[in-house]
Design a protein around this ligand. Sequence first.
Ligand code: EZ4
Ligand code: CO
Length: 406
Amino acid sequence: MKIASADVIVCSPGRNFVTLKLTTDDGIVGYGDATVNGRELAVVGYLREHLCPLLVGRDATRINDTWQYLYRGAYWRRGPITMASISAVDQALWDVNGKALGVPVYRLLGGQARDYLLTYPHCVGQTVEATVEAAAAKLDEGYQAIRVQAAVPGLATTYGVHVSKHGEDAAYEPAAGSLPEEEEWDTGRYLDFVPKLIKAVRDELGYGFALLHDSHHRLTPIEAGGLGKALEPYRMFWLEDTTPAEDQTAFRTIRAHTTTPLAVGEVFNTVWDFQTLITERLIDYVRMPVTHGGGISHLMRVLALADVYGVRSGAHGPSDISPVGMAANAHVGWVIPNFGIQEFMGYPELTGEVFKPSYELTNGLLRVSDAPGLGVEVDEEAAARYPYVARYLPVNRRQDGSMHDW
Ligand code: EZ4
Ligand code: CO
């Protein structure tokens, strides 16, 4: 079974997605997600110009060898663009091989290890009261885990609580066409506010569910340690991305100050980003998703290392990872011993016109299907109706006008 063609599908059904399509000489089609929000066409260029020519004619059954060929064969390797591109190839090859053998990918990865995947949605509001209400509504729907974010008083904007036409979440809809939106940041206001928000959620709704919060890379290590300590009474499931993620040693400081569990890695792309964090037991959850972390093959390897140190999975699952990438996350979660939780933010309605996943989400529990491969169909005619739209993620400034991490 040889790869006969490699094509890149770019579409924007509600938001941009980049999808690699591999077709074998016996007509089997496999898909892989390569969406990097706000930098989509850089990945398209990497795939079309640099990887696709290497793929045509290769043996489609040699997934590991192809991974090594693309990774070791890139002298300038790693980074989100390279690793999302390699990931798409890896996902598409697993999809092809599952379809060729008539089995779901999880069967090839070792088989089912659990009956469902615990997921969490986003609960947001402009006030504490509205956020508690949004959280209560999700718990009523049957969710057992929720992430809460609320507008910080005194700031014009807050990460994750933007009102856009797709709902109250900035990540749904980066600014279209123009320059990035500018958000406002003040660490003091944020640190004063978050413990009050989390306390209100626990006081009103109790402790019978997992509670998560995302700091989105904005604190210093000592600020992060202080926040983690302040949140200890509320028994968080995790505190996410407290500090800018490129500094692994920051977590030594954070860890020394708090027992609140820590999650990091949604912007990571290889095992090397986790080496210190995992082997020194500085984190509790690996956020790296299949799409941005070199594919199913590489994420499995990272999670095998994590398991040795008692670290569990908690894959990024925003609406800017396509249903193909979400399915790939789910197949990995289905088989590993150290699954923790899966983020499932949800998709704009239009996305469902192009991507037809067979996984099922019921009462916040995600189950993969027995469809061969990854189990996601892509309607290419529908994709053609929604051409790419240039969009940036926001940037972030402190109140004195200087740049801060978004
Ligand atoms: O900001 O996916 O935990 N989730 C997040 C996301 C990210 C977006 C960026 O594209 O931090 O909302
Ligand atoms: Co996050």
